[in-house]
Ligand binder design. Structure first.
Ligand code: SF4
Ligand code: SF4
Ligand SMILES: [Zn+2]
Length: 470
């Protein structure tokens, strides 16, 4: 009797990366690696790498918690997931972060832009449409944790500040602007006005590399001077900033440690978000077989390149543990102290040293889940981290722990046509508003719903149950 060369771990649904039909998929573990094996009746077999860290893949399941629902579902269940977005009643998680794209226009033409933005796309959404989209976020979330104004390049919208004012009039806890930083670097008055939205405001600054060649590969331009100028202004104006690093294998994934160290030198920076390229939209020079990075691999690189972080510091985020992992550290008096430096290691480690032993302490488990679950809502972060530290023996949290003391490293993986797992996408908590008012998980939006892509799908072939012979 021959053995399979892998362990068959579970069965799920996925999509064929060529025709985007729903297909059955086996998740298999081969040594340290996790793969998805798919079979499309038309396009045959497909094998996609899901993780390079089988132990962490298993650990991600230990972080599941009951989903929190949106206040209102927006679409009926008709064809079956992922063709009913959304949010349809089958979705398991509300939006921790909701994106509102205000323009298709951009002053860059990045070779990896999922929105295919650029100077050639002049269209800005009207203020009226944007107000409607903001109302859709409030309709779904009540008091949204984070709304991110995005594009294109949102700072180029002629009514940009009116958009921020419109967002401010709504009960949004934390407002972010996703930007390439050009306008902040080049327009002092603009940066000053931006700073007037603090607190409860954050710049989500594109920052992929400290090297010219990597920036040219990812962004089509050497943006080092622009980034420096923008950060100098944001530091001076004390504007909370997160660096967003789009990672491409072999281009900038060796720079994670350097970028984290760089971020720690800037007082305005609250954290770094590491985001592997999603194979969607414009993906020039991108070979999926060669260039796809998984969350597991990014986490391994982060740990290798950032010696002060231990594996127990970088944990799955319970609202969507397949796609989000996070590390917390405190910045206190010029020092950076990771979570493991604050918590009794006995409480964090199992006997084999591999995982959190929170099972031993239900109160700790609850507090860790709470702290990591509210990872997207900065106003809550300081509070829940403080509560976590308060109930722990080794904790020496400063009395006045604020958002300025927090340094957060977040790994965000968006699924693409290769890796989409229907089991997991139902938990997506990064949502985006369609201009027609639907709110859609970001992963499926780029695959099926952006720029009218769904019209190109053949709905008959996606009927539920699907007709395989169609
Ligand atoms: S991803 Fe969520 S919203 Fe979209 S079809 Fe599936 S369950 Fe519904
Ligand atoms: S990735 Fe961002 S900066 Fe680059 S073209 Fe797209 S919208 Fe513009
Ligand atoms: Zn197919």
């Amino acid at each position: 009797m021959a053995d399979r060369p892998y362990v068959f771990y579970e069965l799920t649904n996925a999509i064929c990366s060529i025709c985007l039909h729903k297909v059955e998929a086996k998740i298999v573990i081969e040594g340290e690696r996790v793969y998805m094996h798919k079979l499309c009746p038309t396009h045959g077999r497909e094998r996609a790498l899901i993780s390079t860290d089988a132990a962490f893949y298993r650990q991600q399941r230990a972080f599941l918690k009951p989903g929190q629902l949106v206040k209102k579902f927006n679409t009926p269940i008709r064809h079956g997931c992922p063709y009913d977005c959304g949010i349809c009643p089958d979705h398991e998680q509300h939006g921790c972060l909701t994106i509102v794209e205000v323009t298709d226009h951009c002053n860059l033409t990045c070779p990896i832009c999922y929105a295919e933005s650029g100077p050639h796309r002049p269209t800005h959404r009207s203020l009226e449409r944007i107000e409607f989209m903001l109302d859709c976020v409030v309709r779904n979330e009540g008091e949204p944790d984070i709304v991110q104004i995005s594009g294109g390049e949102p700072t180029l919208h002629p009514q940009f500040f009116e958009i921020l004012d419109a967002a401010r009039r709504r009960p949004i806890k934390h407002l972010m602007v996703n930007t390439n930083g050009l306008r902040i670097a080049q327009d002092a008055a603009f940066a000053e006005r931006l700073a007037s939205y603090m607190p409860g405001f954050e710049v989500y600054l594109q920052f992929d590399s400290l090297r010219a060649d990597a920036l040219r590969d990812l962004r089509g331009a050497d943006l080092r001077a622009i980034r420096e100028q923008a950060l100098e202004r944001l530091d001076r104006l004390k504007v909370s900033t997160t660096l967003v690093v789009t990672l491409k294998k072999g281009v900038n994934d060796d720079e994670i440690g350097d970028i984290v160290a760089f971020a720690l030198q800037h007082p305005c920076i609250r954290g770094v978000t590491l985001q592997p390229v999603q194979v969607a939209g414009r993906t020039e020079n991108f070979n999926p077989a060669r260039d796809r990075l998984t969350l597991g691999e990014v986490r391994q690189s982060l740990l290798r390149q950032t010696p002060w972080l231990k594996p127990q510091d970088v944990l799955p985020v319970p609202c969507h543990p397949d796609c989000l992992a996070m590390a917390y550290a405190l910045k206190i008096g010029g020092e950076v102290i990771p979570l493991t430096g604050l918590i009794d290691p006995e409480l964090l480690l199992t006997s084999d040293g591999s995982a959190i032993a929170y099972e031993r302490s239900p109160a700790l488990r609850e507090q860790i889940f709470k702290t990591f679950s509210t990872g997207h809502a900065p106003a809550m972060q300081a509070l829940s981290l403080k509560q976590l530290l308060c109930c722990l023996p080794l904790a020496s949290a400063p009395e006045q722990l604020t958002y300025e003391n927090i340094f957060r490293i977040l790994i965000v993986q968006f699924m693409d046509a290769h890796s989409l797992d229907v089991r997991s996408v139902k938990r997506s908590c990064v949502h985006i508003v369609h201009p027609d008012g639907r709110v859609i998980p970001f992963d499926t939006f780029n695959l099926f719903y952006r720029d009218g892509r769904e019209a190109q799908l053949n709905p008959r072939r996606h009927q539920w149950p699907a007709a395989a012979a169609d």
